[in-house]
Design a protein around this ligand. Structure first.
Ligand SMILES: [Zn+2]
Length: 92
């Protein structure tokens, strides 16, 4: 877990799939989904959505693509990544 001062809900695998997909489609919907389903502030929900990786293993800020671990700071740029391994990244 990252030490960023926020509580990250313990998302299960299907929640991670859902949130990853939703975040790619519409980050606003993703934030709303988190608020509706978890006890979390709007700011924290937004923070989470901002840091969800679009592509597994690839930093959401720079081009570094060898992230391993779920909640990891990029060794190159220092950005926090929610590097979830979901079922959807190779699909669509
Ligand atoms: Zn990076």
């Amino acid at each position: 877990m990252p030490k960023e001062g926020i509580e990250i809900p313990d998302f299960n695998h299907s929640e991670k799939n859902k949130l990853s997909e939703l975040t790619i489609q519409s980050p606003i919907k993703s934030v709303k989904y988190i608020i509706d389903n978890y006890t979390i502030s709007h700011g924290d929900a937004k923070y989470i959505v901002t840091h969800i990786n679009k592509t597994y293993g690839q930093c959401n800020r720079c081009a570094f693509d060898k992230l391993d671990g779920e909640y990891i700071k990029c060794p190159k740029c220092g950005s926090l990544n929610f590097n979830w391994e979901t079922d959807t990244e190779n699909g669509i």
